[in-house]
Design a protein around this ligand. Structure first.
Ligand SMILES: C[S@@+](CC[C@H](N)C(=O)[O-])C[C@H]1O[C@@H](n2cnc3c(N)ncnc32)[C@H](O)[C@@H]1O
Length: 338
């Protein structure tokens, strides 16, 4: 959405400057600058020794961060602003630092030239994920769950359900939150091996290994086990193209019991696909391999797979990051009588 208070050239300049700001934030975060200022103020020399970088560049980085309201000058020293403390230090409930790493990996591994070629000629755009990138990816999902897993567990209303499949469950936080909230529930987390390593750790930390099974597999092979009372597909369909999503919904339908429900969580957009704005951005940055699906489009795919038209449930408020998305909850269609 354009800022009408800016002239057209200032507006474009501001968009381009956004990239420079994002890079400055990524570098400061990866250097450990915010963590280094967590409990103390520090001058440029002291900070350059702590971080192992040269003072000349660090001084400029600090000034940049000052313009971004992330640090403040106190004489020769720098300190974190409250905004940086709340949004970038892991010990804060609102921290989003894990997303800085995750987004930075995305930008670093997909240079513009690669994406231009992908747009022109198609073909895969997702490079192999390194061990560090998996760690950042799962840490970001973990963080998002920290902001939303309890609310999603509550919204799913699993009081009468025995079994939940967390499909593409990643670090497993939603299955864990659901099992904590509903003591009679057992869950299965299905994901790729690399992701399940993180789920294994979280499930064991939560002491829920007796109630949560890990099932290595691909959401695209349609073998989910079951029958389940509820399947949760959280932030996973945007990774796949429309025909794959259609197959995934059909496989979910087959894996659910007769009165089962499918809960799909994603960055669902409106029919015009511009709101929420982050949905439009994510749609483009999934390139040809995935999409941010609109509510009407997802409704059509669910109905074609045999589900009843879903309820659209926004479970977070305007203060929350848009990336938390919303839910579409569908019951299996009543069998037609002949
Ligand atoms: C954006 S993450 C969401 C993770 C989790 N559901 C959540 O909401 O935090 C997408 C998940 O889909 C998983 N995934 C991607 N491709 C997959 C596939 N072919 N089969 C199974 N899982 C897959 C990823 O490993 C990752 O855990």
């Amino acid at each position: 959405m354009s800022d009408e208070s800016l002239s057209p050239s200032r507006y474009i300049e501001d968009l381009l400057a956004g990239q420079m700001r994002a890079r400055s934030l990524a570098i400061a975060h990866r250097l450990g600058l915010f963590a280094a200022l967590a409990d103390r103020t520090c001058d440029v020399t002291g900070l350059s020794n702590t971080l192992g970088v040269q003072a000349t560049g660090l001084r400029k980085l600090l000034v940049t961060l000052e313009t971004m309201d992330l640090v403040r000058r106190l004489g020769d020293d720098y300190e974190l602003t409250e905004l940086a403390r709340q949004s970038l230090l892991g010990r804060n409930a609102q921290s989003f630092g894990e997303f800085v790493d995750f987004f930075t990996d995305q930008f670093e591994s997909k240079p513009i030239s690669l994406l231009m070629n992908h747009l022109r000629f198609g073909g895969p755009v997702r490079p192999a994920t390194t061990a560090d990138q998996w760690r950042h990816y799962m840490a970001a999902m973990d963080r998002m769950a920290h902001l939303s897993a309890d609310r999603i567990a509550e919204t799913m209303q699993l009081d009468r359900d025995q079994t939940l499949l967390d499909l593409g469950g990643g670090p497993g936080c939603y299955a864990i939150a659901a099992c904590k909230r509903y003591p009679h529930l057992n869950a299965t987390i299905l994901d790729l091996d690399d992701a399940l390593r993180f789920a294994h750790q979280n499930v064991s930390d939560a002491q829920l290994a007796d109630r949560i099974k890990l099932r290595p597999g691909s959401v695209t092979d349609g073998c989910y086990g079951g029958p389940y009372d509820v399947i949760l597909l959280s932030h996973t369909i945007h990774l796949f193209d429309e025909s794959s999503v259609q197959s995934i919904f059909s496989a979910c339908h087959a894996a659910l019991g007769a009165s089962g429900r499918l809960v799909v969580r994603d960055l669902f957009t409106d029919g015009g696909r511009t709101q929420p704005a982050l949905g439009a951005l994510v749609a483009f940055h999934m390139w040809n391999e995935g999409d941010a699906y609109s509510v009407p489009q997802t409704t059509r795919l669910l109905v074609q797979a045999g589900f009843q038209p879903p309820r659209h449930v926004p479970f977070c408020d305007g203060e929350d990051p848009e990336i938390l998305g919303s839910l579409l909850i569908s019951a299996k269609a009543e069998p037609t009588s002949t």
